[in-house]
Every structure is written in C-alpha cells, then in structure tokens.
Design a binder for this molecule. Sequence first.
Ligand code: SF4
Ligand code: SF4
Length: 342
Amino acid sequence: MNDYFISANDFDAFVSKMVSERKVVGPKAKQTKFVFGDINSSEELRLDYDVTILPPKKVFTPPCQTLVTFDGTKFDGAVDNEPVVLFGVHFYDIKGLDMTDQLFSENNKDINYTAKRKASTIIGSNIQNVSTRAFWGTIGTETEPQGHDGFVTKIGSGYHYQSCNQKGEDLIAYGNFQAATPEQVEEARKANEEMMTKCPEKLSHSSEAIQKKVRASFKNEKLWTQLAEDCFSCGSCNTTCPTCYCFDVQDKWNLNQVSGMRNRYWDSCLTEDFAKCSLGGGLEENFREKRGERFRHRFMRKAAYLNEKLGGPACTGCGRCSSSCTADIADPVTVINKIMEV
Ligand code: SF4
Ligand code: SF4
C-alpha cells in the first residue's frame, strides 16, 4: 500500500493518458443526473457526482448478459473478460461490489461474473457531494470497504492516491505522481472521515439490533401489508440496488430454430411473477403472491438473512431505492426506523 499525491493540473493529464491506453468506466453526467459509463476524456469524468442512477454492478452483471451460445451441435461459453478500469467508485458501492464478489464466488462459482471481475481494476474516490437520500453514515459501519485496488481523495491542492496492490500501482505510470507527505495523507483521511457525518438520513439503531428486530417482525402480517400498501410491484428498488443480483435465464433462438443463445436478465423479487412456479399439468403456484410478502422478503434479505454471511447488512445506504420508488415507500431508513418502534 503506497500513498501518492498528484496536483489538480497533472490529474487531468493522468486521466487523459489512462483513457487513451485503457478501457475506463467512471461517473459521468447524464442530463441532471450521473451514470457509470465509458470515459473517453478527462472532462467527462465527474468525480464530484453525488450518486449514479444505477450502481457499478452493471459492469460485471449487465442487465442482459449472454452466458452461452449454441449452434445445434455444441455450446460455446460467452465469458467477457476484457480488462476494464472502473474509476471513481464511492466507498458504499465498493462495499456493494465486495458483497456480490462473495455471493457470486460461493458454491458454484459464477464464471461470467468472476472472469470480468478478475480482469478489472477498481479505483475508489471520496464523496464530494452527498445525495439527498443517502444514509451510508449509519449502516454497516462495522464492515470496511474492501476489494478495490486504489483510492483517490480530493484534497486542497490536488489528489491523494493510495494504491492497495499491484493493479492500483500500475496506474501510477500514467501520471506525474509524487510520494505523499504525512500531511497530505492526514488531509485525505480527514476528508473521508468528516464526510461520514454528512448524510441527510440516519438509522437510529445498530445493525445488530436492526437484524434482530426485523427478523422478529416476520410474522407481523399487518405491518408488512401496511408498509407495502402503495407498492406498484415495479421492481425499481431492486434494479437500482448495488446488492440485488437475482436474474432470470432465457434462451433466444435464431430463425433457423437450431442456433441461439442463453441470456440472463436482471430480475426483481418485488415483481408479481418473481415467485411464480410451474407445478406441471398446467398448474402454477406463486409462493409470494401478496405485495406485503414481497416487500417483507426484500427487507429480510437486506437487514436480516444475509448478515451472517456478509458480516453486516446487505444494504450499503446508497439511497437509490428511496429515490427511484414512485410511491416513495422503499426508503430503508423510514421502513427500518418504523419496524424498530413497533
Ligand atoms: S420501487 Fe417502490 S413501488 Fe416499485 S416495487 Fe419497490 S417498493 Fe414497490
Ligand atoms: S436497499 Fe436501497 S439503500 Fe440499501 S443498498 Fe439497496 S438501493 Fe441502496
């Protein structure tokens, strides 16, 4: 782990050189919001973003991903392992990627995900502007972001850059980096620490207390029915979430009815059909037919079920679900604080 400093002027030249030699994905403006997309110039990179519409999981599991192709005689894998530098990821999204790293690597490892992940370099960046629904300052504080290769922090006279491993160190070659002074290292530490108090929304209890109470509320059907009363079952709270990863698999046949491809698509446990199963003989069953059951499932996953496996809640506090929910009922802070009061 090494600490570097680069001046603001040199930083632009660094980004220009890096994007000329590597495929870089980072935060960029899209009308009044921000998205992760291909970066082709230093002007495009917007490290002053508050939050992106979709999390960077789309780099490793795109909304539609071809898993295999077939031609009637054999299957061919469709693993995408093109190297990419994912630059400018806020710490809460680094946590989200670390969770999906764990979940896609357990049991039957998902090679489409892990191959792309292995080929990637992830560089974090400090939060310069806070989104209106963020609450990352009060959730999952027991776990540290990990799995990234470097981290850049804007400080008064330029940028502090910390390389975490060789992948992070390799980027130094693109810019005029100097060894950071102890004062610059301290300035970066303070900038990141002070930002933790700036979230507009706050959870009022520890993750451990929340886990126990949310789990204990499972049988309170009246509560979950009330919480989900205005739900449209649209699934936006799932698709915008950095830790939701469920998918549906479908085969697409070419017109010759011999060749084609097997794709996976993002799926959402809040939608009506998610838990619908065939029983054979033309019969079917939906084991989470009611909105309240689906709404409860999402909160059990975020706050209770996955905690043991991940070392903390499967929610990073990004606030994307809150701002994407038309009915404005998906906000984990509102829902969890209410459950804690019951
Ligand atoms: S975004 Fe809101 S309305 Fe849509 S499924 Fe989620 S909770 Fe329901
Ligand atoms: S549940 Fe909402 S706040 Fe939590 S990680 Fe998912 S989108 Fe972000």
